[in-house]
Design a protein around this ligand. Structure first.
Ligand code: ATP
Length: 135
């Protein structure tokens, strides 16, 4: 089966580097599935899960906090402000972030606070879903 190298890189460093048979990612305009040999493309990512299908039939999951996917025929790079593979997600931390964000959203302060709390909530819920494989 053909494979393609996938790197996920954040400002804190690389979080994933492996050969996969398919990548499914959530762009800001919808979900895309990318196979080896895909034509070059760059797309902005939404906060969401990245599914990494392996040659042995298994699927790995990563939570990404936005950023970009850059596709080349032999390599796919995901550059994200934050990203965690499922096994490294701290569930208690994500749940605490949900509680904090929901409290801030209920206070309904200015628009900036609202937007920040909303994004924080989306990141935390995404982490919980990826950790639980619930995507
Ligand atoms: P928190 O409020 O818990 O810090 P956050 O959404 O504000 O969450 P980010 O700014 O997106 O956090 O990420 C900061 C760093 O912390 C990144 O390296 C990210 O991978 C890591 N991180 C955040 N939440 C978790 C988590 N629940 N499990 C593992 N790593 C996490």
């Amino acid at each position: 089966m053909k494979t393609v190298t996938v790197n996920i890189v954040t400002p804190d460093g690389p979080v994933y580097d492996s050969e996969v048979t398919m990548v499914i990612a959530k762009t800001t305009s919808g979900e895309i599935g990318v196979l080896p040999g895909h034509i070059p493309m760059v797309a902005p990512l939404a906060i969401g899960a990245v599914k990494l299908k392996k040659e042995d039939g298994s699927t790995e999951l990563a939570a990404v906090g936005g950023g970009f996917i850059e596709v080349r025929p032999e390599k796919i790079s995901i550059l994200a402000p934050s990203a965690e593979v499922a096994s490294t997600i701290d569930l208690a931390r994500a749940k605490a972030a949900v509680t904090r964000a929901e409290e801030r959203l209920q206070k309904k302060q200015d628009n900036i606070d609202f937007k920040r709390a909303d994004l924080s909530l989306k990141r935390a819920l995404n982490r919980i879903n990826v950790h639980e494989g619930n995507i």
